[in-house]
Write a protein that binds this ligand. Structure first.
Ligand SMILES: [Zn+2]
Length: 602
């Protein structure tokens, strides 16, 4: 699959990556393998395809589910984070309130000859203008830079027109009413914010709590050309964690405080340098590199997640976002990046401190109160100004309207009335003039037991398709000129292959029995009886089958089987009846391969 070598947003091209040979890089190899063996391929192939859409095949769908299961295990199961599932389409008002309609735009240029459209910032990156610089440019500046660097259409060398900002949300109408605009969600976070009140009830009205949504999202990318890295329909995992900004303590920090986070700091980036600085979580917080404890906690968890799906710690880093790179809602942001063969550093998750931005926006736009009440440890006594209308004096003047006048007065802040009386001796309420002597203004002591506030939010957000891709890339290896996909045990799409040495003499029947037994134990199995045993092993290695169980003539005599390890090609012999217990322990990472039976020396 020919793919243009183009740096895109969120992908920081490093010099190593530029040198790698395109014709034999892992991206090409993986895309070829993925298509041939059923991990993924471009959708709608029979109609010529459509950029930015993929279909996960039988193996890929399973692998992706396993990667997402890891996310659920780490966050939902272990931390007790809620999970919701909401709709992909939402009424326009939601994305107007959230700021997306105004901000979710990219600078675009159109070729005046072939009318192809491109991301202007991506074209400029090829001229050596960093994404950091390109992102803060105005359209005029973009036009000037395009001109200065004589950027022409990569497809036909045509001239570009003036750049425009293009809204990258899919727009639709809800029902047959053209006035009722809806958008495909470009992320899954807003669904969580708009449901805050119900979630808070489910949390028994206590902070902190978190909620994740793992689901499809849509972004109408201008020119997606990077396989799974940039899609128009993709899976996102947005986790919103709500806490009291006055009590920002993360009670789980102890578990991760010594985890090391390699961070590429803003100050380093501004020197055009790519060197990361290593901080323990504790250090990063003490030195105010990361402002929120919860954010630091989730960054450490994100690093662990990537290690669990097979990306070594030294191929991960966090990059601090510059002021103009941050999303419109964020006060501090880091991207977690993984090094990939073709493009260098690619973002796999974003970590934003969203403060109270989203809930406040939705409160304002919907008119619904989303504050929470907090009781003080001890009640506080405060003095409050109180205005009471003197009805005996209002009655004779306003007659039947005096009740209404009193009501209008009650709606005004007491301080405002007091100030007006001091200054003018009266105040106008609608068309009524109220005189100083018609009200009683006094200070009164009140007991305040608590306060209302808008919770703050930190958000880790993962691109599921990118997690899937990096899992594939880090599983990919070559041994004796053969491809081996060495997935970690816990995400492997097929756990066990079952092979009769010959498909005759009852070996096939016995093998089927064993496969059925393992399947009913909950293992993901595959049965293969075609070709030589060597060829079957090779086929299994190529899709990453963790263990191969072979049934031979001895198996019929003594009920033992051979188990083969995908990565080392080592073999052990073990009684078939022990398989369920041993294999459960093995896939729970409680025992090693050597403990599955007695080693066969070859
Ligand atoms: Zn063109």
């Amino acid at each position: 699959m020919p793919v243009a070598l183009k740096p895109k947003l969120g992908i920081h091209l490093s010099s190593d990556a530029k040198c790698s040979k395109i014709e034999c890089d892992k991206f090409t190899a993986i895309n070829e393998l993925a298509k041939r063996r059923g991990f993924f391929w471009s959708s709608f192939e029979i109609y010529g395809g459509s950029g930015g859409f993929v279909t996960y095949g039988p193996l890929g769908a399973r692998l992706k589910q396993n990667v997402e299961a890891k996310l659920r295990e780490l966050f939902v199961k272990k931390l007790g984070i809620f999970e919701i599932e909401s709709s992909i389409i939402a009424p326009g008002r939601i994305f107007e309130a959230s700021g997306h309609v105004d901000h979710f735009k990219e600078p675009m240029v159109e070729c005046q000859s072939c009318h192809q459209r491109f991301r202007a910032d991506h074209l400029l990156e090829e001229k050596g203008i960093s994404s950091a610089e390109a992102e803060k440019m105005t359209l005029d500046e973009v036009a000037k830079e395009m001109d200065y660097h004589s950027v022409v259409c990569p497809d036909c060398q045509g001239k570009f027109g003036y750049p425009q900002r293009y809204l990258t949300m899919f727009e639709t109408t809800i029902g047959p009413y053209s006035g009722s605009t809806g958008y495909g969600r470009p992320e899954a976070a807003q669904n969580i914010f708009v449901e805050f009140n119900r979630l808070y009830t489910a949390a028994r009205e206590r902070l902190p709590f978190g909620c994740i949504q793992i689901g499809h999202a849509l972004r109408n990318e201008i020119s997606p050309r990077q396989g799974l890295i940039r899609l128009r329909e993709f899976t996102i995992a947005d986790l919103e964690f709500f806490f009291d900004p006055e009590e920002p303590i993360c009670d789980k920090l102890k578990e991760v405080e010594n985890d090391v986070l390699p961070i590429l700091l803003c100050e380093t980036r501004l020197k055009e340098c790519e060197e990361t600085t290593e901080f323990t979580v504790k250090d990063a917080l003490d030195k105010r590199i990361i402002l929120s404890e919860w954010q630091a906690f989730f960054m450490a968890m994100a690093k662990r997640l990537l290690v669990e799906i097979g990306v070594p710690a030294n191929k991960q880093r966090f990059i601090e976002k510059l002021t103009w790179e941050k999303a419109h809602y964020s006060s501090q942001s880091f991207d977690q990046e993984v090094y990939v063969d073709r493009w260098g550093w690619v973002e796999v998750s974003g970590h934003a401190y969203r403060t109270d931005f989203d809930l406040s926006c939705h409160m304002k736009a919907s008119g619904v109160d989303m504050t929470v009440y907090k009781e003080y440890p001890t009640a506080v006594e405060k003095e409050e100004l109180v205005v009471k209308p003197i009805m005996a004096k209002l009655g004779p003047v306003y007659k039947g309207d005096s009740g209404k006048v009193a009501g209008l007065l009650a709606k005004l802040p007491a301080q405002q009335i007091a100030d007006a009386m001091d200054k003018d001796g009266s105040i106008m309420v609608d068309n009524y003039q109220i005189l100083k002597e018609q009200v009683d203004i006094a200070k009164q002591k009140i007991i305040v037991r608590g306060t209302r506030f808008v919770p703050h939010v930190v958000e880790p957000s993962f691109g599921s398709d990118r997690l899937f891709y990096v899992a594939l890339e880090y599983a990919y290896g070559i041994k004796d000129d053969r491809v081996i996909m060495s997935f970690p045990r816990s995400i492997v799409p097929i756990q066990i292959g079952v092979y009769p040495l010959m498909s005759k003499d009852g070996l096939d029947v016995k093998a089927k029995e064993i496969q059925n037994m393992l399947a009913s134990e909950g293992f993901m199995t595959e049965f293969d009886e075609t070709g030589s045993i060597g060829r079957r092993y090779a086929r299994a290695d190529e899709v990453g089958v963790q263990l191969g169980i072979t049934i031979d003539y001895d198996s019929l005599e003594d009920d033992t089987v051979t188990i083969r390890d995908r990565d080392t090609w080592q073999q052990v012999r073990t009684p078939a009846k022990n398989l369920p217990k041993l294999l459960h322990q093995y896939f729970e990472n409680k025992i090693n391969f050597e403990q599955l039976g007695s080693i066969i020396r070859s």
